[in-house]
Design a protein around this ligand. Sequence first.
Ligand SMILES: Cc1cc2nc3c(=O)[nH]c(=O)nc-3n(C[C@H](O)[C@H](O)[C@H](O)COP(=O)(O)OP(=O)(O)OC[C@H]3O[C@@H](n4cnc5c(N)ncnc54)[C@H](O)[C@@H]3O)c2cc1C
Ligand code: SF4
Length: 489
Amino acid sequence: MLDAGLDLERDRKASVEHLRSTSPQSWDAASLRFIREGVSVEAGGIPLKMAYGSSFPYREPAPMPMARDGAEGKPSCARGGLSNVWGASVMPFRTEDMAGWPITAQDLEPHYRAVLDLIPYSARRDGLEELFPLYSDDANALKTSRQADSLLRDLEAARSRLKEHGVRFGASRLAVDASCVYCGLCIYGCPYGYIYNSTETLDRLREHPGFTYRPGVLVQRISETGPHVEVSGVTVDRPTPFSLTVDKAFLACGVFSTARIVLASLEAFDQPVQAADNCYFLLPLLRYRNETETSREALHTLAQVFLEVLDPAVGPQTAHLQIYTYNELFREQIRNMLGFADPVLGAIASRAVLGRLLLIQGYLHSDLSPGLNVSLSRDGRLSIAVEPNRKTQPALAALRRRLWAERDAMRAMPVSPAMRVGKPGRGFHTGGTFPMRSRPRSLETDVIGRPHGFTRVHLVDSSTFPTLPATTITLSVMANAHRIGTAVT
Ligand SMILES: Cc1cc2nc3c(=O)[nH]c(=O)nc-3n(C[C@H](O)[C@H](O)[C@H](O)COP(=O)(O)OP(=O)(O)OC[C@H]3O[C@@H](n4cnc5c(N)ncnc54)[C@H](O)[C@@H]3O)c2cc1C
Ligand code: SF4
């Protein structure tokens, strides 16, 4: 495995190690300071998640120039990629949401099962199963917070009405180990490593005698000659060229880096490919009931509840809503809103609001979302520009109306004026630059991820997804890679 492989800084690793070796009760402000670095909630902005206070998952080791026109996507050159910062929400795709795909959710089923056996999986048997099978017999459920428990109870009481209106709900499904100690630091990185990070799988692979890991290399091109593939690029430290001849190559550099390599290899300069993206938004919900002492509760701060909305007014596909309950950034948001009045009003506002406040992080299907035009110029600049979609605003408006209509069922009101829609790419659910087709043409791939013109190179990340269902991307990226690996080896 060739990998750019940037890693967490040594001093931060030591600080995480220190936290890990002790219990949360013995952590003090000084030992936790590093972990909160770099995360700030600015009014109107969506904070970018860091890993233990470090931006290493987003760092680019060598000049990989990118021009972003209204878009925000970022590649990762880290060991473990963006799984160093992901939110670990894992839901499968439904065939009904996979229009344009040459394969179905049934084709992915054995691979969902295989992947969910490899990673920690917290999930419950609940109403989500009617549409989204669990694909596992030994999921362990994490404890939900008091705010989430009470929301789930209210949703359960209104189950038949919600179902009639196309709203399904259940506890979140997370790639998190059930050993979680509910310290609430998930938004900064888990000191105990309980949130799945793909370096865990890499470490297991490295124990295998047939596997070699070579970090510190940036792949730039691939080419096929006869029965061989030549992979070439530069080393990260001192840009020294390298090349390697292999029988087959599997490319999974994340959608932007993979596009850079494939477009350069095909010399397809200034030929735009269109990436699909899930429109990403944040929407606060205010519960009628105020839970007390939420800021003192031992809880995890990843998504707690999933709502899946199938409303024809929104669109023909599922919209995916992840609900977050209290985390300490909520208090910071109130501080920002009150500004200079916070010292006087902060405590009262917090008492009145924090026990009611929930945050929806939502995604629309890519057919309802703006896309991204991705192109590579001869001088190596990767440009991403927004391809607007006229369906997005009406879909978001219909979704707000659906949530408003269900406010009594949810016993919560959406605070629509506070909705924030991320720039395209900001939700990090992007793919489809080289869509898989039964009969691929130029700049498309076949069902085992081979770009047109290649026989021994397989793309195994989201680059081949023809459209993006809203229900989280990464579990399906893993299952699809497993499907291709199984078919090819
Ligand atoms: C804050 C955040 C939260 C998220 N939450 C969720 C979530 O809850 N659920 C979900 O489904 N998804 C989530 N995602 C998205 C998820 O992280 C990505 O879908 C997933 O990491 C993609 O995996 P990947 O292996 O395809 O690419 P990446 O994670 O980007 O990994 C790329 C790998 O390729 C290597 N690489 C890159 N370029 C080169 C090169 N030129 N040469 C050699 N090696 C290279 C890198 O070192 C890295 O190892 C989130 C993302 C972010 C940023
Ligand atoms: S609450 Fe989050 S950070 Fe704390 S142990 Fe559990 S998963 Fe890790």
